[in-house]
Each structure stands twice: as C-alpha cells, then as structure tokens.
Design a protein around this ligand. Structure first.
Ligand SMILES: CC(C)=CCC/C(C)=C/COP(=O)(O)O
Length: 296
C-alpha cells in the first residue's frame, strides 16, 4: 500500500494515473482525483477513459458521492457544461457516467453468476455434495451431445421411406451442423474460460470446447426441442417430455460444473433463435433436386 505522500502540483496527477494502472491502494488514488490542480481537457479525458475501463476504479467512482464528485470537479475548473440546476459539470464526467454504471452493473451480474454457478455445481466431482448423481448427469450430457444427434439424424434419414421424412431429417442434419459452427464461432470470439471447478472429462470435444460461452449443449437442446415440437406429431405428454429434457440438459451443465448460469441462459436464447434461421434456410425437395442436378 503506498504511503499518503503529499501530492505535488505537477507530479501528483501523474502519480495517481500510474497508481490506478498498477493497482495500488484505491483510497490514495481516489483522494488524488479531487486534490490535484487543473487538468488539460485531453489528459482529463484520458484519465476518465482509463477509469471506465478499470473495474476497481469504476467501483470507486460509483461509490463516490455525487456532491463530492461535483465539488472536486468544479475546483478543477476544467472544461465544463451546464446542468439543469445550473451546476457546472466537466464534460468528461457527463460522457463517462453511463459507461461506468454499465460496467458496474455488468461486473455485479458476472459476480452473481460466478457465485451462483459455483454453488450450483453440486455434481462437479464425485466428492461434491451431489457427487453420487454425477453418472446420471453425464447420461443427460450424452443425450445432448452432438455426436448421437448427428448419427441419429443420418440414420433416420436413411431409414425413412417417405420424402417428407427425409426432408425433415436432412434439415435437422443441416441445423445440427449450423449449430456446431455458430457455437464454435461465438466460443472462439468470447473465449470465456470454463468454471474453475469443472473437470475437463467430456467425451468427444473440439478445441474451442475448452471455452464455455455459450453452452453448446444448451443451444442444441433448445434448437432441437423447437425442431421436434414443430416437425414431429407428438402427443401432449411427449411434447412436455421434450421440453423437460431441454431444460434438464441445460441445468445439468451447471450442476456438472461445466458452465456458468449465463453460458446456459445465453445458450438457450441462441438455440431458440437458431431455429428461426433453420426455418428461413429450410431445404425443400425442389432446392434439393436442383442441388443434386448441379452435382450431376
Ligand atoms: C464432437 C461434436 C460433434 C460435438 C461436440 C459437442 C460438444 C462437446 C459441445 C460442448 O458443449 P458445451 O459447450 O455445452 O460443453
């Protein structure tokens, strides 16, 4: 923790800025913001931008009272703008207030997500509180895995003796491949690591599956459930079963410690939307015939 050195007119600001970056005591940085002499608009803007991007300083700014912030800002005499009450606020404060609120809200959501996911990971290993249910959860995991679904769709397409059945199975196959590609892209872009309590003992994975956002099982479960409900004539109890299966696949990802809650929630949302894409890209017999014709 840095000692509260007296802040010199010229060097005080620069020491505070480097302190923010180096993660030293939050209190020291906070005080230096209100005590330092006037800033040029460009250096003030740079400082505020750094604060917006740094979670620790963003929290400090959020906890700072508005009056104190205004007092400190007014004394700085930096570039100002009028507010409704006639009070002068630096323009930089106005511009960066919203982003810092959003980043505080996001950090809070992520903190709750991590905490909840850790608490719900009760089957993450055999020694965990519901460790004995792990084999059952792994069965649920396999039921939502890509390989059984791909094999099942190819088998049903091959066995189907009606053109309509073949068309549905071909489109299911296309949907499954589309899902694998889209999930891989999002995982590769977001690169969120799997929870620390996860054991990486999953069967048949791609390299992007070391990332957890979104849950591929959740996207597949939501998309396939919608697909089955729309294209298979099922009795009401079976329809309920399909929906329960999808929910259970998603829940099992968190219980197994494979994912955080937000990975699964977004996975459900993405899978639900993916089905709309499948409908839009639906391969009809006419499209298939023309594709076959082009191949010949
Ligand atoms: C090898 C094939 C065809 C699919 C991989 C399926 C898989 C392992 C996805 C990862 O799911 P989560 O993101 O839910 O862990």
């Amino acid at each position: 923790m840095p000692s509260p050195k007296p802040v010199r007119a010229s060097s005080g600001r620069s020491s505070s800025v480097s302190g923010v970056g180096s993660g030293s005591s939050g209190r020291y940085e906070f005080m230096s913001l209100t005590r330092t002499p006037p800033l040029s608009p460009s250096s003030a803007s740079q400082l505020l931008q750094r604060q917006g991007s740094d979670p620790t300083t963003a929290r400090l700014r959020a906890s700072e009272s508005p009056n104190r912030r205004r007092r400190g800002s007014a004394s700085s005499n930096a570039s100002t703008s009028s507010t409704g009450g006639g009070q002068q606020l630096p323009e930089e404060d106005c511009m960066h207030l919203n982003p810092s609120i959003i980043s505080v809200a996001l950090s809070s959501l992520l903190a709750v997500d991590l905490w909840l996911s850790k608490r719900l990971g009760v089957c993450a290993c055999e020694e965990a509180s519901w460790g004995s249910a792990r084999p059952l959860m792994k069965l649920v995991e396999i039921s939502g895995h890509g390989i059984p679904w791909l094999i099942g769709a190819v088998y049903c397409m091959y066995k189907s003796d009606s053109a309509a059945g073949q068309e549905v199975m071909l489109n299911l196959l296309m949907a499954l491949v589309l899902d694998l590609v889209l999930v891989a892209i999002v995982k590769a872009v977001v690169r969120r690591r799997r929870p620390a309590h996860n054991r990486m003992d999953m069967f048949a994975t791609f390299s992007v599956d070391r990332y957890s956002f979104p849950s591929g099982h959740a996207t597949r479960a939501a998309m396939c459930a919608r697909f089955l409900l729309a294209h298979l004539v099922l009795a009401a109890p079976l329809r309920v079963l399909v929906m329960l299966w999808a929910v259970f696949v998603g829940l099992s990802r968190v219980l197994l410690g494979r994912h955080n809650v937000t990975d699964v929630a977004f996975g459900f949302f993405m899978g639900y939307c993916q089905y709309n894409l499948v409908e839009a890209l639906w391969l009809s017999p006419a499209t298939l015939q023309s594709m076959m014709g082009q191949l010949e």
